[in-house]
Design a binder for this molecule. Structure first.
Ligand SMILES: Cc1ncc(COP(=O)(O)O)c(C=O)c1O
Length: 398
């Protein structure tokens, strides 16, 4: 066994966990949050303890707009931002208000598994659209929409979970154009967009533009501080057309509970104003780059026949282990024996509808794939995890 690894939630402390999708404890800036909270509470405005303005405080939305522009994330406007309690809650609201039970949501073949869980909660029918190396195919989307209407197109356009890939600009535009032609709203889940640590396009940009900035009135971009600051703060935002944001603001949940997380927004606003968030994000990107490079180097050394593409941002590498059925019990047992966890590709598989409109079985080709997270462990932990993974794979192959 390698060194003792500290994990949360009481998991086996000797197991290296490459399956989770959250930042490691050393990337969660407790001092930043404490300093911001101290400043907010030192001269506490009682208004902050009141129900919040439905779309979020105007001052916070202005600060967020400036922050995003400063990070190279493109220009928006406070009136196009709506504060939420994270991207998950944003998706929940969008489904509740813009889709009815039984309607279809179109997704990529491998996509964020917990968005799929949310669609199921909302009694929506999920259907996967075929893609190629650049992501979802506009022609396949068009064909699916000609066959039957859909309420939503769900995309993870930047540094996706689980694949780590970013839709090229031309592909984004083509997909949004198809959705707009069919009058389908696009929910673009962009929680990793600000984590870019290497150029993502020919212009050298590290932060892909939001899909909502494409100019189409069809797109709602979802973002949050979960992957750039802290998931526990539960703060996010939707960027999109003012009419849709007004509709969200007039929903029962907002009318009853007021704007979401006004106190936390004030705290994050303080971290923006002091420059602390910007400095943290720079450090985070550097840490992600270093960990990504360590994971890539370890995989190349220990598992030379594993197939993957290095990524330019996000938290994940999407890995193919030829000849290994990652979710089969013998594989799981070998991984347990060697003390390493990875997320099997089948977890993220959405089904393609068959000709009768039912779900076709999960594609067997996804069985050899796995998602590895490089945000949670340090470079040393990642190297240890890959050594354990390689030992398990070689044992399985005899
Ligand atoms: C693609 C994607 N969307 C949303 C979330 C959750 O976001 P939030 O914490 O803002 O609800 C995650 C977290 O893993 C994610 O990977």
């Amino acid at each position: 066994m390698g060194p003792t690894i500290t994990t949360q939630h009481g998991r086996d402390s000797r197991t290296v966990d490459l399956a989770r999708g959250d930042p490691g404890a050393d990337l969660l800036p407790a001092a930043l949050v404490r300093a911001a909270a101290d400043r907010v509470t030192a001269a506490l405005d009682p208004d902050l303890l009141q129900y919040g303005h439905e779309p979020g405080d105007a001052g916070f939305r202005a600060a967020l707009t400036a922050f995003l522009e400063g990070e190279g994330a493109g220009a928006s406007a406070p009136a196009r931002l709506f504060v939420t309690a994270g991207a998950s809650l944003a998706l929940h609201l969008i489904c509740a208000l813009f889709a009815s039970p039984g309607e279809r949501v179109l997704v990529a073949r491998s996509t964020y598994h917990l968005a799929l869980a949310q669609f199921r909660d909302q009694r929506l029918r999920v259907e996967a659209i075929e893609g190629d190396a650049d992501g979802m195919l506009p022609e396949a989307l068009d064909e699916a929409l000609r066959a039957a209407p859909a309420a939503l197109l769900y995309l993870v356009p930047a540094f996706a979970n689980p694949t780590g890939t970013t839709l090229p600009r031309a592909r984004q535009e083509a997909l949004v154009a198809v959705a707009a032609r069919h009058g389908v709203r696009v929910a673009a889940d962009e929680v990793y967009r600000l984590t870019g640590f290497a150029p993502v396009d020919a212009d050298g940009a590290r932060v892909p533009r939001s899909l909502a900035a494409l100019g189409s009135e069809q797109v709602l971009s979802l973002n949050s501080v979960s992957k750039i600051l802290s998931p526990g703060l539960r703060l996010g935002w939707i960027e999109g057309p003012a009419a849709d944001l007004r509709r969200l603001g007039s929903s029962g949940v907002l009318r009853s509970g007021g704007g979401m997380n006004p106190f936390t927004a004030a705290l994050v606003g303080e971290a923006i104003a002091s420059g602390a968030l910007r400095a943290h994000l720079a450090r985070l990107r550097e840490a992600l780059r270093e960990r990504h490079d360590a994971l890539v180097a370890a995989l190349r050394a220990d598992l030379p026949d594993a197939q993957f593409e290095p990524v330019a941002g996000g938290y994940f590498l999407w890995l193919r282990l030829p000849g290994v059925d990652v979710s089969a019990e013998p594989t799981r047992a070998a991984l347990r024996r060697h003390g390493v966890r990875i997320a099997p590709g089948t977890l993220f598989a959405a089904d393609v509808a068959d000709a009768a409109g039912g779900a076709a079985p999960t594609a067997p080709r996804q069985r050899e794939w796995a998602r590895l997270c490089f945000a949670h462990g340090t470079s040393a932990t990642l190297r240890d995890g890959v050594a354990r993974l390689a030992a398990a794979v070689y044992e399985l192959r005899g």
